[in-house]
Design a protein around this ligand. Structure first.
Ligand code: ZN
Length: 434
């Protein structure tokens, strides 16, 4: 069926009539995975599995085809007229951070299922298969320390995950590897990196992801829907250390100290100044030190601190900017270290590359907003998403943001269901049109 024959009005009605399903799914998963005051859906753990089971049951009710890949990601398909034609893939993740919000990730999967329900309701036989992917392990960074780059479920399916990350990602509480937890969760970690990627871009028209906005931009502008232009990448130093020497805070002259805190503060201050310079020159760079602490077993009011630990998180839409920040950090560490008689130790930095969204998809999404009367803003995504991995794997990729208060990764995120309905109309429109 040609998209033109499905009027905007009929599509809007079909989505609106499918909204009770969306609300029921969001509420059921919330109550099943409640961890007051938020929800906890641990990757390859109980909460993530409960969310997937709920979605699979809903898909059975809609007579969608169901399958899982060796990594445990779930695929729900509405068959199209030409089953050999490249398929649409719409998805997001079902896991959450510990005691996180209900909508981060889940909203996108529910929007996909609701879109398929709406297409069925409108009597639309899409030209190609339309598949919703419920992705595991996007939030692995919130549960696992060690060396890894997050977004495990999508990167495994796309063939972008080096198998050794499964062994270098260490669970913060159990101390066991991600490989071991995946196995326990019923997945086959040995399939990571084996053979051809499970998802090959040539078999798909593209990947679409609806996600709540995790910043305040749409709310501040009073616009319900965003069309994402690009996703920022990240250069991260996850466990940085500055090593000096513990000495007496009164007795030791400054020129003989090796003060780890003062050296770290100087480094952080210089990196912050560089961030301001880049932004003043119209560049894109966010600099965050999310962790900064001395050793509580050793520190004291009267001690010159001999050790400081911290994290570095650089974000930018521009990969050379991220690479330059790593070089700058290393250069400053040498200079400051020499002058202040300390040594900086950065475990290897990890790079999550930025990703541009497909230009034609962006235009198409904006055209959809006009056709459906949805006020929308084109904007970059400051946070990382599975969508960037699809873009890196050669998929044409598009993203829809839905307005949300109080950010995310906390129980206070607040998405108006009316805004969600607008985002879902746009998603369904993309999936229904040629
Ligand atoms: Zn998310």
């Amino acid at each position: 069926m040609r998209g033109a024959s499905l009027s905007a009005e009929r599509l809007t009605t079909a989505v609106d009539e499918s909204m009770p399903l969306a609300q029921a799914l969001l509420e059921e998963v919330r109550s099943l995975t409640a961890d007051e005051p938020g929800v906890s859906r641990e990757p390859w753990g109980r909460g993530e599995q409960l969310a997937l089971d709920t979605l699979a049951r809903a898909a059975a009710g809609l007579e969608l085809e169901r399958r899982t890949d060796p990594f445990g990601n779930l695929y729900l398909t509405l068959p199209g007229a030409d089953r050999a034609a490249p398929a649409w893939l719409a998805g997001s993740h079902v896991d959450s951070v510990p005691a996180g919000g209900n909508y981060d990730g889940l909203a996108g999967v529910v929007a996909g299922v609701t879109s398929l329900a709406a297409l069925r309701r409108a009597g639309v036989a899409p030209p190609c298969d339309t598949t919703v992917m419920a992705i595991r392990g996007e939030e692995v960074s919130a549960w696992y320390g060690g060396q890894h780059n997050g977004h495990i479920g999508s990167r495994a399916a796309l063939g972008l995950l080096p198998p050794d990350e499964l062994d270098s990602a260490i669970h913060s509480r159990s101390g066991r590897t991600l490989r071991s937890h995946m196995q326990e969760g019923g997945a086959d970690p040995a399939a990571v990196g084996r053979g051809a990627p499970y998802l090959a871009s040539a078999r798909f028209r593209g990947y679409l992801e609806l996600h709540i906005e995790q910043g305040p931009v749409l709310e501040a502008r009073a616009i319900p829907v965003g069309v994402v232009s690009a996703i920022r990448g990240a250069m991260r130093g996850r466990s940085c250390r500055c090593l000096g020497a513990y000495t007496h805070s009164g007795a030791v002259p400054h020129e003989l100290r090796s003060d780890a805190v003062m050296a770290t503060v100087e480094l952080v201050h210089e990196l912050d100044r560089e961030g301001s310079r880049v932004r003043a020159a119209d560049g894109d760079l966010a600099v965050t030190v999310g962790k900064l602490f001395t050793d509580a077993r050793q520190h004291a009011l009267t001690k010159v601190p001999g050790e400081a630990e911290f994290s570095l998180d650089f974000r930018s839409r521009d990969e050379p900017t991220l690479v330059a920040m790593r070089s700058l950090t290393e250069r400053l560490a040498r200079e400051i270290g020499e002058r202040r008689r300390v040594r900086f130790d950065f475990a290897p930095f990890t790079l999550q590359r930025p990703a541009a969204m497909d230009a034609a998809f962006r235009e198409r999404l904006l055209a959809g907003c006009r056709a459906l009367g949805i006020p929308a803003l084109e904007m970059p995504s400051g946070a990382g998403h599975d969508a960037q991995d699809f873009a890196h794997a050669g998929f044409r990729t598009g993203m829809i943001f839905v307005r949300n208060s109080h950010g995310s990764h906390n129980p206070d995120e607040a998405m108006d269901i009316a805004d969600f309905a607008l985002g879902t109309r746009l998603l369904a429109w993309m999936l229904a049109t040629r």
